[in-house]
Every structure is written in C-alpha cells, then in structure tokens.
Design a protein around this ligand. Sequence first.
Ligand SMILES: Nc1ncnc2c1ncn2[C@@H]1O[C@H](COP(=O)(O)OP(=O)(O)OP(=O)(O)O)[C@@H](O)[C@H]1O
Ligand SMILES: [Mg+2]
Length: 436
Amino acid sequence: MKKRFLLFSISLVLISVIITSLISINVNIKNYISEKETSLLTCCNLINMVILEELENGGKIDYKMATKFFSEQMDIRLTFVDKEGNVIFDSSQGQRSANMENHLNREEIREALLTGEGRSSRKSSTLDAEYLYVAKSLEYSGETVLITRMALEINKLKIINDFLVTTSLISSLVGILAAIVIAIAYANILMKPINEMEEQLKATMKENKKAERIRKDFVSNVTHELKTPLTSISGFVETLQDGAAEDPEIRTKFLDIIAIEAARLKRLIEDILIISDIENKREVNTDSDINVRESIEEILDSLGPVIEAKKVKIVTHYAYEIYIGGNNDRFKQLLMNLIENAIKYSHDGGTVTVSAVKKEGKVYISVSDEGIGIPREHMPRLFERFYRVDKSRSQKAGGTGLGLAIVKHIAALFEAEIQVESEQGKGSTFTVIFKG
Ligand SMILES: Nc1ncnc2c1ncn2[C@@H]1O[C@H](COP(=O)(O)OP(=O)(O)OP(=O)(O)O)[C@@H](O)[C@H]1O
Ligand SMILES: [Mg+2]
C-alpha cells in the first residue's frame, strides 16, 4: 500500500518535471533566439553607421576588413547585398562571393528592403546548417544602397544541452529529491492511521474469535454440567421405581442424593442466570449506598450452617464504617462467592479472615483463608467459567466452577480490581479493590 502510494507520487512528480522541463526548454530557445536577433541587429546598425561615414567621406569601403572581426572572433557570417539582391561580399565565401546567387528571394532581405529591417531563420542553402538571419538596410541620399546581413548558426541541441546541464537538470534533480523526501514523509503520515486501523481490525477480529470460542465452550460446558446431575437423578428415580423404594433405608439414602443433585442443578441454573443477567445488563436493583460491614455480617449469617459444619473460625476486621456505591445484591453475591470458597477450600477448623479498609479513597475488601491454596499454573484461568483446579474435589463439594466467573463479572460492574495471592498448602487471599 505504502509502496504503491510512493510509486504513484514519485511518477507524478517525474511526469510534471519532464513537462515543465520541455516547456522551459522551448521558452529558453525562443528567448535565446530573440536575444541574439537584437544583438545582431545592433551589430548591423553599427556596421552601417561606419559604412555610411565612409560613403559620406567618399572613401572606399573595404568589405573584407569589415567582416573580418565578426567572422573570425564571433563566428558570425556577414553578407553585404545591393538593392538588386546581388551579393557584394560574403564572409563565408570571400573572393568567391561574386559567384553567389541573387539573394532577393531571401525573406530577411526582402523585408529589409521594404521596412528597413528584416529577420528570419532557416536552413542555409549556401551552408548546410540552421541559421538565424538579421538584415538592415543602409540609406544614403534618400535611397537604399546596401543591405547588411548577419547570420548566426543556431545549434539547438547545444542550447538544450547547455540549458539542461546548467539550470534544468540541477533544478529538476533538486525538485525530484525534495519531492521524494516529501512523498516519503507524507506517505508515513497518510499510512499511519490506515496501519493503525488495520491493527485495530486485526485485534477486534482476534477478540471476536476468542469470544466465539468462549461462547461455544460455555454451551458445551453447560450441557455437560446439566447432564451430570440429571443423569444421576433419573438413575436413582428409576432404581427406586424398580423396587428399591421398598427398603426404607435405601429409599432415604437415594432421596437424599436426589435432593442434593436437584439442589446442584438449581444452583447451576441460578449461577448461569446471574452471569447472563450481568452480561445482558439486566439490573435487579437500583444503585444505593452499600454498608459494607452490614452486608458482610448478613452474608456470614446466611453461611452459618456451612461455617459450623466445617468448624471454621471467622475473623472480621473493619477499620470503620465503609460505604460503596452500587447494587447491594450484586455486592453480596460477589462477597458470598469469595467467602464460600474460603470456607470450602479451608481445612476443618481453619481460620477465614474478612477485612475491609479504606485507603487513598479506595475500599479494599479481602477474604483470606489458610486452606489448600492454588498452584501457580492455575492462577491465570481461575476466573474462567467452569474452571476448577481439582474438578472431582470441587464437584464433591457441590461446586460448578461458576463462582469466580460471577465474581469477575460483578467486579467489572463495580469497576473494581481483583487481586489474588495464593500459596499451595498455605492458603489464599482474594482482594477486591473498589473505587469507594
Ligand atoms: N480460596 C480458595 N482456595 C483454594 N482454591 C480456590 C479458592 N477459591 C477458588 N479456588 C479454586 O478455583 C476454582 C474456581 O472457583 P469457583 O468459585 O469459580 O468454582 P467452585 O468453587 O469450584 O464452584 P462454585 O463456586 O461454582 O460452587 C475452584 O474449583 C478451586 O479449585
Ligand atoms: Mg466457588
């Protein structure tokens, strides 16, 4: 693209340089000729003045002498013609001048006889070259006695050559160089936004592809996750129908399993709905001021049975009353998922610490545990939907792997940042930094 643009602009410049050169060469030749004409006419006038003086003084005119200086020093052909057109003397012919043909038919001579001054340019029939002719008549005692004619060879090629070498070539080269520099600079400026657009387009396409892959993965994961508890439920129901229901002990056991699987199914669907609600920007409640301490206490209350079952010790730590602007239900959902994880992945009797502090206008809410921790290599994928470090362990604990995906979605709603610190076997700390 850039190359094509450069090629285009450089050829444009070249064409215009060639055209202007051709025009200026032509103008130059015309100027050169008219300049020469004027100076030749002046010379003719001078010679005529000298001759006139001689005539008035009754002296003899030495034509050969008169032509000597011009023909030898200036390479100018000088011809004297009488009013009948007979050549009196011609510097190029010398003694043979008398043999020359009558010059009355020469344009410049005819013009000089009529108007006193004549000019023309043509190929000389006497000498084989293009000549510029200038003629001036000399009047004596009221009549034309002589025509002084000067001829100068016009070597057009030489003029062009001189011109090209001196002015045209140098200025053209400078012009081309300047044009190339400008074209390159301009191409860079012009191409920059186009290149940037191309990059952006590539990035968007990459993102779209990734989004599409995630969506496909999600659909297949959901199907799989829904199928597992459903298969289990229908399996146990069938067994009960086949007679297992007769045994009260088996019946109770199977019904318990069915209840657990049904609850799991319900939670899974609830979690998927939460994510889809956030993604589709369907808000449940309007924004309000969230009392962080109150919300955390409500969450811990509702988690009471789980805390008790695991014999986990809960430590809370609030610097002072802290408020966050936003949707309270979403906020509680986020913290609930983090605290639930901290309890779930703690050892029995472990400690879970929940703290809220305000620092530099931001609110830091941390949930720490002393549980199993997360191996480093799993950290980057932790917040992906259905991602679980130990699938079987999480599944046994009733997890679906959507908890942290929901945390990530809600944090984005609050424009909050999430930090994770964890060491395998030592415990984990999840910190959410709210704008306050
Ligand atoms: N505090 C923690 N300590 C150790 N591992 C954790 C902790 N929190 C999350 N994880 C790991 O991250 C995975 C993803 O967590 P997430 O909350 O998304 O799913 P889950 O807890 O398995 O299921 P769900 O939350 O949907 O019931 C978990 O399976 C677990 O392996
Ligand atoms: Mg979880």
